[in-house]
Design a protein around this ligand. Sequence first.
Ligand code: CA
Length: 225
Amino acid sequence: MNRVLVVEDDAALRRALAITLRSRDYEVVAVADGGSALREAAAAAIDLVILDLGLPDLDGVEVIRALRAWSQVPIIVLSARDAQQQKVDALDAGADDYVTKPFGMGELLARLRASLRRTESAPNAGGTVETDAFTVDLAAGRVRRAGVDVRLTPTEWHLVEALVRRPGILVTGHQLLAEVWGPKYERETNYLRVYFAQIRRKLEDDPSHPRHFITEPGLGYRFEP
Ligand code: CA
């Protein structure tokens, strides 16, 4: 059974989250502030954290930084619709994903399953990832489309690999730039636009309506298998 830590100061939402998660067989620890969240996370093994960013005591981003100092537990943040910068800060601090309030429980549960899958299948060193349009062989470093090898440049491959290893997970532009080009390039988001246009031309059935390499405007990219 997976144990989920819910951190939300809105009592009605906290209760709704706990009821929904318990009905799906998750074990739930629900708290109303950042200090309690850090204490609970240190006291018992937690498989995933759902974290509201607007908390009465600590900023949610500070909670993420404190957790990330010692834990790789997946963190999904709940953020307000107009809080784009806060969302980016949370993702850069190490949150795995976000949902924007108001959200449907179905959406949150899907994000939660994707995050748990990622940690369970974690060191995905080899293996292949198949979509209806193409197949990525991570061990061999090859992509095939309609039975034919697709030629990707080393940078294109790096980007494809970085996303395909985290199916369903949002990866921020900063993370991708730091991973593929190096930490000095974290602000060069125009690189990503250019390279993802190329990747989509090579791999997507309809590059102008991508189904697998999805842009989340202002935040980053997500691979949907
Ligand atoms: Ca709040």
